[in-house]
Write a protein that binds this ligand. Structure first.
Ligand SMILES: *Cc1c(COP(=O)(O)O)cnc(C)c1O
Length: 381
């Protein structure tokens, strides 16, 4: 019987006591660029670390196992993985995307993507008719984030799969926000899953990493070929750090999520907070769809303050919580999306999404809930 997800965090598909030399329980860091050959035309299975490395291979296997993917490549960043994903498509390809994607994704689409003659249409993918209307005869894929970043829109993955099949498109999901512990898009028909491994997977705000996972046989070869060709692989040491981080993903996620739900409900009661966006709140418009396709709600909260001044004061006054970009780690962070993650998104688009001067995003960590609430309370006073 297949292991459950908590066990996959520890060892992937199968625990083998002989997996490492000398019975090492932790994965050794194979800090080597090259591997000697046992004979002419022979290989140990590893030749050169740009193409593959045993520490990294173990990490890739764990992610494939958790996501139910055929193969995964570990990249030097989430953006490296997304860049590699774009390389899989012919010039001229068109994509229909969620409108409030991670800002870096919009940036790579509109710059690197455009110069490769790729085009992108952004719609609210929680409304499937908007997605269908945007599909043209050039469309090759749907590119989804659910919940989206930072406005927490939920997209129905089964419905996206239905459209993808109808128009013969690939379904790509950036699964960073819930992590494979809470959501596995391939179960709902996704063909490609991307992750920023920097976030929940690594979990300690100490490593930049990314993953590209594929669920179709015909994508494995091209992905592996491009990967070794462009050289975007994660280093052995960073692979080790992410492997180490994933071991506690399940317990971290549970604590982060329960802290987040308490904070979201507390924020709702504050006079200076005018709106809270958290998928775990019953009144969230995507609550039911999210429950259908995920095992939880994650620990990302966005909220709106009464004035710009309140937002700025909060960012300056938090003490336990850091005013910093990024998310998913054990430390709680407060972000100003307008200036940080979405600083490069064109103003009209940003404002139409509601990412304005009174909009903040919080990544909830594993600190004691009372300490987090006390910090928020003094920052809002
Ligand atoms: C952070 C992030 C990325 C980019 O990942 P990096 O590791 O920072 O390169 C992509 N997508 C989402 C949803 C992210 O949060």
């Amino acid at each position: 019987m297949a292991y459950r997800i908590e066990t996959k965090c520890i060892c992937g598909e199968e625990h083998r006591s002989d997996a490492h030399p000398f019975g090492a329980v932790a994965t050794p860091i194979f800090q080597t660029a090259t591997f000697s050959h046992p004979g002419i035309g022979k290989s140990t299975g590893y030749d050169y670390t740009r193409a593959s490395n045993p520490t990294r291979a173990e990490l890739e296997q764990v992610i494939s196992s958790m996501e139910g993917a055929l193969d995964t490549v570990a990249c030097a960043s989430g953006m490296a993985a997304i860049g590699l994903c774009l390389e899989l498509f012919e010039p001229g390809s068109h994509f229909v995307c969620s409108e409030d994607l991670y800002g870096g994704s919009v940036r790579i689409f509109e710059t690197v993507g455009k110069t490769r003659n790729l085009s992108f249409t952004y719609v609210n993918t929680s409304h499937q008719e908007q997605v269908e209307q945007a599909i043209t005869d050039k469309t090759k894929a749907l590119y989804i984030e659910t919940p989206s970043n930072p406005t927490m829109e939920v997209t129905d993955l089964a419905e996206m799969k239905r459209l993808a099949d109808k128009y013969n498109l690939l379904l790509i999901v950036d699964n960073t926000f819930l992590s494979p512990y809470l959501q596995n898009p391939i179960q709902f028909g996704a063909d490609i899953v991307t992750h920023s491994g920097t976030k929940f997977l690594s979990g300690h705000n100490d490593t930049i990493a990314g993953f590209l996972s594929v669920a179709r046989e015909e994508l494995v070869e091209p992905m592996r070929y491009l990967y070794k060709t462009v050289g975007s692989g994660l280093s052995p040491f960073d692979s080790y750090l992410v492997l180490r981080g994933i071991k506690t993903l399940a317990v971290r996620m549970e604590r982060q999520q329960s802290n987040a739900l308490t904070i979201a409900k507390w924020l709702q009661k504050q006079k200076k907070i005018t709106h809270v966006y958290y998928v775990g709140l019953l009144e969230h418009p995507g609550y039911d769809v999210n429950l259908k396709q995920a095992r939880g709600f994650g620990s990302m909260i966005s909220f709106r303050t009464d004035t710009e001044q309140t937002a700025r004061e909060m960012l300056e006054r938090v003490k336990l919580i850091s005013y910093a970009e990024s998310l998913g780690g054990v430390e709680s962070l407060l972000t100003y999306p307008m200036l940080q993650t979405h600083g490069d998104v064109p103003v009209e688009i940003r404002e139409s999404l509601g990412i304005t001067e009174n909009f903040l995003r919080m990544s909830v960590g594993i600190e004691h809930i009372d300490d987090l609430l006390a910090d928020l309370e003094q920052a809002l006073a």
